[in-house]
Write a protein that binds this ligand. Structure first.
Ligand SMILES: Cc1ncc(COP(=O)(O)O)c(C=O)c1O
Length: 365
């Protein structure tokens, strides 16, 4: 059957909590699990308000809309990211401003972010990539000084810390994903976290078709979405959250086994295991080959042996959809381009077994 790129771990109270939804009939977003999951996850991260939504992309959409980002505003974010954080920036009419990546941490280059700030900069989206957080201190400082919003896309960072404080608690607003390849999953799902009551209320409204809590039902004053999470999804989330510490240590164990097994391999850059502010949480275990040919050959070898793999993200400035819109013409970001062309990742899901990891290592060696 091979080794899939991701197998989730559903080894706790998932079935019991889902069964309870069926038995009580609470299956929509009206059920009691939603608030409990919001409260439990937000207090785990150390943030006051949690707003559960249908996925991590939806969380970014409502977070960006809640900050009232729009035409005339600039938003700085990395070119090396999944497409999710840029979508609502573009749809809102704001201008996305891209930066390159740091070649060692694979996160956005903070010096470039600071150089691109100007009077139109309304927000910075710190997209934490693959397992290590963005270097947050300088961003928090400059955002405070200049009155700029800091948005943390922490979709891949549940339980990761920056200098001992939870990632997702630094920004004005932060977003998480609970897709099955995340440290905890709800099948599909996401959450917005914020300490700002006004932003929290706006997010709650925007995820629910922009119904006005204090006005007549079915009368709308702005455009919203139906991005609601269901009680069934939140049931999964509650059970997963009970096991989050184990999931994080298991991810680190998987990452360390790959690090140890591959430390003598030639021709590939391995992920950094730690910086002075964080230890890698290994959302995925990525490798960057020295050449595109080596990457292609390695992927072919893994495919031939039915071992799941995925290429790294493809840069935003090279996306056909944005080129068609006339965006990012003539822009180059060499570090991120190299990562996109030569990077790929190994099966890294929580459900992988020791013998499967050894098999991947044997084939790579
Ligand atoms: C950094 C980042 N942001 C956003 C998302 C989108 O999350 P979702 O797939 O839940 O929409 C992902 C998904 O993996 C991600 O890695």
């Amino acid at each position: 059957m091979g080794i899939p790129v991701n197998i989730p771990l559903l080894s706790g109270n998932e079935l019991e909590y889902i069964k309870n939804c069926i038995e009580t009939g609470w299956i929509s977003s009206e059920g009691p699990n939603i608030k409990e999951f919001e409260d439990n996850f937000s207090s785990y991260i150390g943030v006051e308000h949690g707003i559960a939504v249908s996925n991590g992309t939806a969380a970014l959409d409502v977070a960006i809309a809640a900050l009232e980002i729009g035409p005339g505003d600039e938003v700085i974010l990395p070119t090396f990211t999944i497409i999710s954080p840029i979508l609502q920036v573009i749809r809102s009419g704001a201008t996305p401003v891209l930066v390159d990546s740091n070649p060692i941490t694979w996160n956005m280059d903070v010096d470039q972010v600071i150089n691109k700030i100007n009077s139109k900069t309304k927000a910075i989206i710190a997209v934490h990539i693959y397992g290590l957080p963005v270097d947050l201190d300088p961003l928090v400082k400059i955002c405070k000084e200049r009155g700029i919003f800091l948005i943390e896309d922490a979709a891949e960072m549940h339980g990761q810390t920056y200098n001992g404080q939870m990632v997702g608690s630094f920004g004005d607003i932060a977003t998480f994903s609970f897709y099955p390849n995340k440290h905890i999953t709800t099948g599909e799902g996401g959450m917005v976290l914020t300490n700002n009551q006004k932003f929290a209320e706006r997010c709650r409204k925007l995820r629910n078709l922009a119904f006005e809590p204090d006005k007549p039902r079915f009368v709308h004053y702005e455009l919203g979405w139906n991005y609601r999470m269901t009680n069934l999804q939140a049931a999964l989330g509650l059970a997963q959250l009970e096991k989050i510490d184990f999931h994080i240590s298991r991810k680190r164990e998987i990452g360390n086994l790959y690090q140890e097994g591959l430390k003598e391999i030639e021709g590939f850059q391995l992920p950094l295991d730690k910086t002075d502010y964080a230890e890698n949480i290994y959302w995925i275990f990525g490798l960057i080959a020295e050449t595109k040919e080596l990457k292609d050959q390695t992927i072919e070898l893994l495919n031939k042996n039915a071992i799941g793999t995925r290429p790294f993200f493809w840069c935003m400035h090279e996306q056909p959809v944005f080129q068609k819109m006339g965006l990012f013409k003539g822009e180059n970001y060499p570090v991120a381009e190299n990562m996109s062309r030569c990077g790929f990742y190994l099966p890294s899901g929580l459900g992988i077994t020791y013998s499967e990891i050894n098999l991947v290592l044997d084939i790579l060696k």
